[in-house]
Write a protein that binds this ligand. Structure first.
Ligand SMILES: Cc1cc2nc3c(=O)[nH]c(=O)nc-3n(C[C@H](O)[C@H](O)[C@H](O)COP(=O)(O)OP(=O)(O)OC[C@H]3O[C@@H](n4cnc5c(N)ncnc54)[C@H](O)[C@@H]3O)c2cc1C
Length: 437
């Protein structure tokens, strides 16, 4: 059985559903394929879903700021909507703690300033007012709990932090993908679940279709394929044989987040919601709408990176990384209660050398990539589809994105970004950076 589409999207996470939505809304015939039972069931489902703006590049900052506005207008952003309830954007604000030695923070601040994104410098007294009980000494560099100096102050007092009032998080990341999927269906997109793409058909340097497993449809033809396979993106790129000219590639990295009870220090802030980025302790944490509290890691040098080249072998159980993250958070928040039983999630980031995603064409005509999301692209869910649509139309009309990069004007904020920032051919410095991107 053969079916024919303009666009076939591999993966129905936040990236694939956003792309399906944008392409279907623009009038293309679209199919999106995923081996899981529903949209957003992959790594998207375990996202901390934080929407914040500080990034290492100006273009990433502008994109995150635009996406934040789109989340605020989620209903309008979607257009026609399906039956599922829409996700909520919880305005929480984010405190980025400062130990006075964080060059990345200075760089991010300069981008916020140049884009007129609000931020305020808080001194230790202001931090103490909003987060009573925080221990404002520096513990840097972060250490493993079994290190003899774990928990020993470094002798430096923290210098407060900066507060970005607009940051927030999404109530349910998998539901956000469902919202996009259902809206895409209103515009004619089709979704095929329990089905895996197992081959990329091509002819004369151009993609022509996909081979499928798990469904009675075993192949389909299409002009355009978008790889949105998340932590499996490298497997899919290998199927298409497009890795030859890529200077940057994704690699699956295991990541745990810990689920705890919200500590006392978070009861004074507005609505008891907030996000804290604490690179001095090597963790981030945020409240939940209930009295839950999530703690994640920021890849401090003491934590070995757990690369999982075969994503299906992922260990989903808590390990001593859970303990390390919780103990580090408890250094800053002594009122944090540590449960006897570890609970939380383990999933995969798809990490590039510079922790910046790849939104690009490939060396195979018609084969595009929205990959390498590096643990920080859920927030751009509302915009990734529009970016991919713009890029696809630019390339398919004969423009050479590699030599004359496509630029894109962000619709709500009006900032113009250069999509070469997300090129597979950019020069990336390996070994620097973390999930902050
Ligand atoms: C623990 C954790 C915390 C995070 N926290 C944040 C955060 O706070 N803020 C933020 O912005 N980002 C965060 N992220 C990152 C963010 O969640 C990801 O960047 C984003 O969800 C990736 O979406 P995706 O659609 O690319 O991947 P996925 O959701 O993994 O979707 C990919 C889909 O492709 C499918 N697939 C794989 N192989 C095939 C195949 N052969 N054929 C068809 N389909 C296939 C998979 O089944 C899957 O459903 C976090 C990630 C994790 C893991």
């Amino acid at each position: 059985m053969n079916q024919s589409y303009d666009v076939a999207i591999i993966g129905a996470g936040i990236v694939g559903t956003s792309t399906a939505h944008a392409m279907a809304k623009a009038g293309y015939s679209v199919i999106c394929i995923d081996p899981l039972p529903a949209a957003g069931y992959g790594s998207t489902s375990n996202s901390s879903a934080i929407v914040r703006t500080p990034y290492s590049t100006l273009d990433s900052t502008a994109l995150a700021w635009e996406s934040l506005q789109q989340w605020r207008q989620w209903r309008t952003c979607l257009g026609d909507i399906g039956p599922s309830p829409l996700v909520e954007f919880y305005e929480a604000g984010m405190l980025y703690l400062n130990n006075g030695h964080d060059e990345a923070m200075e760089n991010s601040l300069s981008h916020l300033t140049s884009l007129n994104i609000p931020w305020t410098l808080w001194n230790n007294e202001t931090v103490a007012h909003h987060f009573p009980g925080f221990d404002m000494v520096s513990f840097a560099p972060p250490k493993r709990p079994d290190h003899p100096d774990f928990g020993e102050p470094s002798g430096v007092t923290m210098s407060g932090g900066y507060w970005t009032p607009d940051a927030g998080y999404i109530s349910d990341p998998a539901q956000a993908a469902q919202n996009l999927k259902e809206s895409a269906e209103c515009y004619g997109a089709q979704f095929m679940f329990h089905t895996k793409v197992c081959g990329i058909q091509q002819d004369n340097g151009r993609v022509t279709g996909l081979l499928l497993e798990g469904s009675n449809v075993t192949e389909l033809s299409c002009r355009i394929v978008v790889n949105a396979a998340g932590p499996y993106s490298t497997v899919v790129n290998a199927m298409a044989n497009v890795q030859g000219d890529m200077l940057v590639q994704g690699r699956p990295l295991r990541q745990e987040t810990c689920s705890l009870q919200r500590p006392e220090s978070f009861t004074r802030i507005t609505d008891q919601k907030a996000i804290v980025m604490d690179t001095d302790a090597g963790v981030y944490y945020r409240t939940e709408p209930s009295n839950k509290f999530v703690v994640g890691g920021t890849e401090p040098a003491c934590d070995p990176l757990e690369w999982i080249d075969e994503p299906e072998t992922l260990n989903k159980n808590p390990t001593d990384n859970w303990t390390a993250q919780v103990y580090r958070a408890a250094l800053r928040i002594p009122s944090l209660s540590i449960p006897d039983r570890a609970s939380g999630v383990a999933d995969l980031y798809d990490v590039t050398q510079d922790w910046t995603p790849i939104y690009d064409r490939s060396c195979l005509d018609g084969f595009y990539m929205a990959v390498g999301t590096s643990g920080n692209q859920f927030k751009n869910g509302p915009m990734i589809g529009s970016i991919m649509k713009t890029l696809i139309e630019y390339c398919e009309s004969g423009s050479d994105h590699d030599s004359h990069p496509c630029h894109y004007t962000l619709p709500l904020t009006g900032n113009r970004i250069n999509l070469a920032t997300f090129s597979r051919k950019r020069t990336a410095t390996e070994g620097i950076g973390n999930v902050l991107g």
